[in-house]
Design a protein around this ligand. Structure first.
Ligand code: G1P
Ligand code: ZN
Length: 543
């Protein structure tokens, strides 16, 4: 067996973003591109010698090939063992679980999450640390530094490993164990939820549609929902993972999961609609006739979590990303537990979960999870909803409206302006930053600003500080706008504008969100100068 050392040179732009390194697939396919980054990960973690890793991905184009490269590089870097999902498949939460379950030194997850897949679309690589969570900023910083000085990488020369059959083999001193991607994850879910109660609910006629969006959750959802829980066959739609996600955009929101939305708003709607994204960490929850925003879903799950066996002893705390609405804060307050506000990106929840300060976490971008893994987890959220529905025996709409009547409602929406030229997006953001100190007291489209700042976060566990995490502007009447630039896009800049307006129970909680948020939208469009900088006020995507 030969281990080659290949001469290379730094490649620009290999800086991990909100969630790993994400680029166009063809960029990843360039000579040395993937290899440079993977070697830099090994350098950043102090080498691969004697270590064990988990490797798998969401099955998108280039997944299988990239895995073979990583196996060969792991062997040449002295790794002892790699655990791989059969056919190279592992959802992000399942990979996180395998890292923890097998006490490995970390794992490589190949995915560009909800971004489309295919040779002309997106690919990505994330490294998760030994706690099962995304590499924290200190570690991604080291990776990036290593990409800037790399001069060689190590790769073994052996035949591709057969990933189709479960079992253990040995290559170049490396043990490769191919595992069932679903089994351990499904067992973990059974330990958290009352499968008997959910099965009884399905037996009594409860109906559901789960849209796997041709992505990784298909096999997981079929095994758990249709297999173990007895949901009718056909409950899981688009359940076969495909390399380009059936040509679609595997992002579970009302825009990209429109067929599911249409069904749920029709007379034929089942009791529950749900969807997950490319790599299985996001979720969408829709009741018959009602879409549950991810921010509300987090609050509802927090308020009802003790109905599931895994959370029957209560929650240590909850955490939400800064742009996520304050709905969860109200629940935490009532429960008498902490609610942490972190920067965007799941990596910021890791320390809180490890330290036992938070049990549930969530982001407005359809991410919800708990301390059972160190990633957000789409199917977990769906199962917690099912467990709650099995206990409460009420329709989703009734549960949501009851929640609003108790806590009030944080009306919420997000507007994305995509593929904006980088300089223009920067000018818009810089223009606000330059005026941050003067905004208070000024009015825009008739709404007065009551406060504004740039969010920075001090991690309560390790004291690390993350600055420049988005702009927050508060308005009279309880409105809040947040602006930040996406860290996951692969084309130009994406400006995300988040709008939130709280209304107390007696102020009305069932009005159309767009109507309630319109004055706020007008105010922030004017304040930020969208027309001037971007040339438009209409976003590409509203979620
Ligand atoms: C987006 C979401 C963020 C999420 C990330 C990875 O990041 O906004 O909440 O953690 O994808 O799924 P962004 O593109 O905004 O940086
Ligand atoms: Zn994802």
């Amino acid at each position: 067996m030969t281990h080659d050392t290949v001469q290379t040179a730094p490649i620009d732009g290999q800086k991990p973003g909100t969630s790993g390194l994400r680029k166009k697939t063809r960029v990843f396919m360039q000579e040395h591109y993937l290899e440079n980054f993977v070697q830099s990960v090994f350098e950043a973690i102090g080498g691969g010698q004697g270590k064990t890793f988990v490797v798998g991905g969401d099955g998108r184009y280039f997944n299988a090939q990239a895995i073979q490269t990583i196996l060969k590089m792991a062997a040449a870097n002295g790794a002892a063992k790699v655990i791989v999902g059969q056919d190279g498949i592992l959802s992000t939460p399942a990979a996180s679980h395998l890292i923890r379950l097998n006490k490995t030194d970390g794992g490589f997850i190949l995915s560009a999450s909800h971004n489309p897949g295919g040779i002309d679309e997106d690919f990505g690589v994330k490294f998760n640390a030994a706690n099962g969570g995304p590499a924290p900023e200190g570690l991604t910083g080291k990776m990036f530094e290593a990409t800037k000085t790399i001069s060689e990488y190590r790769i073994a020369r052996f035949e591709d490993v057969d990933l189709g059959s479960i079992g253990t083999s040995e290559r170049g001193g490396l043990t490769v164990e191919v595992v069932d991607p679903v089994a351990d994850y499904a067992a973990l879910m059974e330990s958290l939820f009352d499968f008997d109660a959910i099965r009884t609910m399905f037996q009594s006629g409860f109906t559901m549609r789960f849209d796997a969006m041709h992505a990784v959750t298909g096999p997981y959802a079929k095994d758990i929902l249709e297999g173990r829980l007895g949901a009718a066959s056909g409950t899981v739609a688009n359940g076969d993972p495909s390399e380009d996600f059936g040509g679609g955009h595997p992002d579970p929101n009302p825009i990209w999961a429109k067929p599911l939305m249409d069904l749920m708003m029709s007379d034929d709607a089942p009791d529950l609609g749900a969807a997950s994204d490319g790599d299985g960490d996001r979720n969408m929850i829709v009741g018959r006739g009602i879409y549950v925003t991810p921010s509300d879903s987090l609050a509802l799950l927090a308020a009802n979590a003790t109905l599931a066996p895994g959370y029957k002893n209560g929650l240590a705390g909850v955490a939400r990303s800064m742009p996520t609405s304050g709905a969860a804060d109200r629940v935490a307050e009532k429960l008498g537990i902490d609610c942490f506000e972190t920067p965007t990106g799941w990596k910021f929840f890791g320390n809180l979960l490890d330290a036992g300060k938070a049990t549930l976490c969530g982001e407005e971008s359809a991410g919800t999870g708990s301390d059972h893994v160190r990633e957000k987890d789409g199917l977990w959220a769906v199962l917690l909803w099912l467990n709650i529905l099995a206990e409460r025996k009420q329709p989703v709409q009734e549960i949501v409206e009851e929640h609003w009547r108790t806590y009030g409602r944080n009306y919420y929406t997000r507007h994305d302006f995509e593929a904006v030229p980088v300089e223009k997006a920067g000018a818009l953001m810089d223009g606000i930053v330059a005026r941050l100190g003067d905004l208070e007291g000024q009015s825009f489209a008739g709404l007065a600003v009551t406060g504004a700042d740039e969010f920075s976060y001090t991690d309560p566990v390790d004291g690390s500080v993350s600055t420049n995490q988005g702009l927050r502007i508060w308005f009279e009447g309880g409105g809040r706008a947040v602006l930040r630039l996406s860290g996951t896009g692969t084309e130009g800049a994406t400006i995300r504008l988040y709008l939130e307006q709280y209304r107390a129970p007696q102020e009305g909680t069932t009005d159309p969100a767009a109507e309630v948020l319109e004055p706020l939208r007008q105010a922030v469009l004017e304040l930020a100068g969208f027309e001037k900088h971007v040339g438009r006020v209409e976003p590409d995507v509203i979620t």
